[in-house]
Design a protein around this ligand. Sequence first.
Ligand SMILES: [Ca+2]
Length: 200
Amino acid sequence: MTRTLDFFFFFAGVAMAIGANGGNAMRMDLATLLRNREQQQLEAPQKRTDTVGNPCPSAEKPFPCKTGNTCIPMAYVCDDNIDCLEDGYDEEAEVCTAAHRPPFDEIRDFLESEKHWIMPMLFGDKSQYKVAHGLAVSQTVDDFKRRVGLSSHEIANLRDALKAVKEGNEAELEMLGMPHSSWNEVSYIFSKLIKSGFTA
Ligand SMILES: [Ca+2]
C-alpha cells in the first residue's frame, strides 16, 4: 500500500507543480520521482517488481492507476469521475487529499531545514520521510497520529502549533522551540496544511 501511496503523492505533487510553475517544475519533479522510486525499491523490494521503471512515461498521461496498466491525464485525477475503471484509484480520498497538500518534497525539505526543533517537539523524532508522507496524505490530525505513531503529547504540541499559525501567534511557536527566523516558513507550510483540511 505504501508504495502505491508514494506514487500518488508524488503525482499529486507533479500536478500542483505544473499548475503553479509550468513545465520546468514538472521536469524537476520527474527527476524526484526517479529518486523516490529508487528508495521505494530499497524499502519494499518484495512488492510489485513488475512495474520497475516508470509505468506511465507519456507526458500526456502520467498518472498510473493502482491495478492494470492504465495511465490517465493529471486533469482526470480528483475530478469526481472515476477514470481508473478497475480500481477507482484516481478518486480515492487519500489521493485527493494529497492533491491539495504541499508536494511531498516540499514538506520533506521543510522538515529538513527545521529538524532541530520541529522533529523532537512535534514529530517524536520519527523519520522525516514518514512524517512528510503522513502530512501529505493524512486527512486529519488524528489520522496522522495513527499513521505516524505519535504520542498524545506530541500531537498536543502539533495541535498547538497549528492553532498558533492560524491565529498568527508567533510567540506560541517560539515557546515550542521555533527560532524567530523560521516563522515565515513555518507559517507558509502550516497554512497550506490547514487550508487543505489538516486542522487542530
Ligand atoms: Ca477522475
